[in-house]
Design a protein around this ligand. Structure first.
Ligand SMILES: C=C(O[C@H]1C=CC=C(C(=O)O)[C@@H]1O)C(=O)O
Length: 471
């Protein structure tokens, strides 16, 4: 196979050849298990599922110009295409970027550059009850007949795979360790509050990292499958450049979706636990809505997003509501815009990232505080992850409720918006709530032992108080 990795020197003057056929439903976990890395996975709450392996072509970028570079390189790749297949399975670049443009791929982020998108060599697309298999290749001398026979061969391999596989047990959590102590957190929050009071900062999102020793090697696609059942209203993603590290998560937050000139985004900020009874749950939701602190936090995010979009077109704000997930609830305001001119989703991603839901205000001051106070590298945590296509359409989530894992080790991340009246102890408890989606699914519990759930089958995963493990 002639593959093109777009390092600065690689030429992107080839042709992208892509062929697709419809296949019976197949377990994406079985599909990935049969393929070499890199692996990518993207699922939306609306039901689009993309699972890819191998590289037909990839594009990378780093530094302040990384989005412009990505876009230029992608345009070069998409400039010459020979594609045969339905629109649902059109060629897409899947991947993401690091939180900061300056990013060193040190452990646990080995293999993750500052920005990387892959057009997979082999891909499954599930949408509207159909499953498609696509094979793509890129190069100067790619022969369409060779791609067609590669698709036939891939089809035969996929036909041997099961439609469902048992989900297996979670790896189990042996030990967890905060990379930031509770005392350090108190100091971080107090110092951020002082800066806010002194007027040079309005809000900053500070994060914690939790190092987790697992009982056995983690099977990330299985974890994602369990997350699908517990958090059906969230995105799910995996970016695994190699066998030794995968960044994955179940974010509740859309950064942006661009369809033609229609932009959809949202302000998601302000969190509360779920109550044990419907009454307690409703009380917590009401506190969220009535809290001045949380409304202030939410308002800063919504205003900043509207301001970023205003130069691009007409912006509309929807009704604020409480967005309930299995273990946490958030305030959420949908925001839409109609662009005045054709745009590329990467331009909107660049304009919005980081929103004050993961960065802060003013953005540069918040970035400095994050850099100075957090004791670990955010890597790809809280950064845009998603896909874009040849026409510049695409969709991105914010890479929160996430972790990076390999072998029997994982590092989970979670952050909280700090504003003038933030209390360090309350913020500590709230951050720990945000580890739960991933931590719960890594933890082997009594009810999970030996369960034989399969793709698509619901299991009873009660949101128990397993976040105690995070101590
Ligand atoms: C930064 C995270 O959450 C953000 C999204 C929703 C609510 C948030 C909050 O209430 O602070 C955060 O801004 C995270 O989950 O790591």
């Amino acid at each position: 196979m002639e593959s093109a990795h777009s390092s600065a020197t690689a030429s992107l003057d080839g042709t992208l050849v892509s062929r697709t056929c419809e296949v019976p439903d197949v377990s994406y976990r079985a599909f990935l298990a049969a393929q070499e890395t890199p692996h990518v996975h993207w699922s939306t709450p609306e039901g689009l599922e993309l699972v890819g392996a191998g590289v037909a072509v990839d594009v990378t970028g780093d530094g302040a110009e990384r989005f412009a570079r990505l876009r230029d390189r992608a345009e070069a790749v998409f400039g010459a295409m020979d594609v045969d297949g339905p629109p649902a399975a059109r060629p897409r670049m899947l991947g993401g970027v690091s939180f900061s443009p300056e990013h060193d791929p040190d452990p646990p982020w080995e293999g993750f550059p500052a920005a990387q998108f892959v057009l997979p060599e082999t891909q499954l697309t599930r949408t509207d009850d159909r499953t498609y298999l696509t094979v793509s290749r890129y190069g100067r001398t790619v022969d369409a007949a060779a791609v067609e026979s590669a698709l036939d061969a891939a089809h035969e391999r996929v036909a041997d795979l099961p439609a469902m596989v048992p989900s297996g047990d979670p790896p189990g959590v042996v030990e967890t360790a905060h990379l930031t102590s509770r005392e350090e957190w108190h100091e971080m929050v107090e110092s951020a509050v002082q800066r806010i009071e002194s007027g040079d900062l309005r809000k900053v999102v500070l994060a914690l990292a939790l190092s987790v020793d697992l009982g056995s090697e983690v099977d990330i696609p299985s974890v994602l499958e369990r997350l699908r059942r517990t958090y059906p209203e969230c995105y799910r993603f995996l970016v695994a450049p190699t066998d030794s590290a995968g960044f994955f998560g179940a974010p509740p937050e859309r950064l942006v979706r661009l369809d033609g000139r229609e932009v959809r985004t949202e302000a998601l900020a302000g969190s509360a636990a779920r109550g044990d009874t419907p009454e307690a749950d409703a009380d917590l939701a009401a506190e969220l809505v009535e809290s001045e602190k949380i409304q202030h936090e939410q308002g800063l995010v919504a205003d900043a997003i509207r301001e970023q979009l205003a130069p691009l077109g007409e912006v509309r704000e929807g009704d604020q509501h409480v967005h309930r997930l299995a273990t946490i609830q958030h305030l959420r305001t949908p925001i839409e815009a109609t662009l005045d001119a054709d745009g590329h989703v990467l331009d909107i991603v660049e304009a919005l990232h980081p929103t004050p839901a993961v960065g802060g205000l003013p953005p540069a001051a918040a970035q400095r505080v994050i850099h100075e106070t957090e004791s670990f590298d955010r890597g790809w945590y809280a950064a845009p992850v998603g896909w874009f296509d040849a026409s510049g359409d695409g969709e991105f989530a914010v890479g929160i409720r996430s972790g990076v894992a390999g072998g029997a080790r994982a590092t989970l991340f979670a952050g909280n918006g700090i504003v003038a009246d933030s209390d360090p102890a309350a913020e500590w408890d709230e951050v720990r709530l945000k580890y739960r989606p991933i931590l719960d699914e890594l933890t082997r519990t009594g009810s999970g032992e030996g369960r034989e759930a399969t793709d698509g089958e619901a299991t009873a995963s009660e949101p128990s108080d397993r976040d105690q493990t995070a101590e």
